[in-house]
Design a protein around this ligand. Sequence first.
Ligand code: GDP
Length: 437
Amino acid sequence: MFENLQDKLGRAFRLLSGKGRISEKNIEEAVKQVKLSLLEADVNYKVVKEFINGVTEKSLGEEVLKSFSPDQQFIKIVRDELINMLGERSSPLRLSSQPARIMMVGLQGSGKTTTSAKLATLLRKEGKKPLLVAADVYRPAAIDQLVQLGKQIDIPVFTGDRRNPVVIVKEAMQQAIKNINDVVILDTAGRLHIDDTMMSELKEIAALVKPDEILMVVDAMTGQDAVNSAKAFNEALELSGFVVTKLDGDARGGVILSIRHVTGKPVKFIGVSEKPDGLEVFYPDRVAGRILGLGDVLSLIDKIQANVDEEKAREMEEKFLKNKFDLEDFLDQLREIKKMGSIADILEMIPGAPKDVDLAGSEKSMKRTEAIIHSMTLKERRNPKLLNYSRKQRVARGSGTTIQDVNKLLKSYDQMKDMMKQFNRKGKLRKGIKGFP
Ligand code: GDP
């Protein structure tokens, strides 16, 4: 997501590097490049215009910090303007009623039903007990789809009368109270295009339910059409925020950058895969950092915290210290790394990480290492010294690699052990995943 924009903005910043100071003359080219980058990313043209005015004004104004170089100053100005556009912080759900009510609205195909299920999954992780309500009576398959998704994620789905959404919603609320569900998620009907009947029906449901949140789901792939329908929905209903879906596709990101500015309502979540766990809280400041190529260290830390098992890390450190780290532990470390996602995902979050890493090569090498260790017996993993020529031959055959690959892995392992020894001697071992081949 945003790679293209990041790349183009980088060009704008480079135009100013090496310049003595920001001047009207040298800023002009850079601003033009920023403008083109945003338009190409499919950002709404009105938003771009305001953005550019803000950037120009600040660049030439007094508030520029003199201790930074012009390109740094310019990056900071663009960053502030981006945050101004996106909002500074995430906007959490406000769920105060008992049970709390979230009404999902949006056009057909935007991902409303899928997002309802994803949101239920996310809320359950926070300790809530959600009830999903299938009130999309116009898309015949939607009710069955939600029932199916509910089964998959093990969250109850209320269906009721399949003709009248208002009746469904009334009954669902009663059921939620009876079953002590503390949050109700209503999947309402969408249409292919905005029409008056749909809007009046949604208004009727909203008046009845008095939702804590009305979230509109928009499909990032539909670009400025999404922004236009967001505007229309927001004028008809009291939206509280947006969920922008399908950001894992080749959407250019313009929707995310325009929608808050056009409607005044925040993006609360983003959809990043088709799977039930493919919904993330939207953090504008992190995204701004990512767009500017400043990395997304905060998301990386979150990811590490969510995936690294503290107990295991301590155990591993102990083993390092006692120099008892064997190939079985090596395999464990590889699994921990893999839990965090692909190397590409991880690198994308690290500021200044090289862009020309041979990712396919690294992933392949990790897989190869894993296959080789898998082909060893437990005894061999615990004591790699057992691996004589014929054992190595067997391991190479079993893992579909060559004896050179096996030797290479053993050599890296030996080097790692040597490194550990040195660290231990100096008494400054740090926790971490070190040196895999
Ligand atoms: P609805 O008509 O608005 O209820 O849309 P659906 O929930 O049926 O979604 C339409 C299609 O988009 C389905 O194939 C979903 O799997 C897919 N989809 C929804 N959200 C995402 C997302 O964030 N990423 C991807 N790749 N696909 C999504």
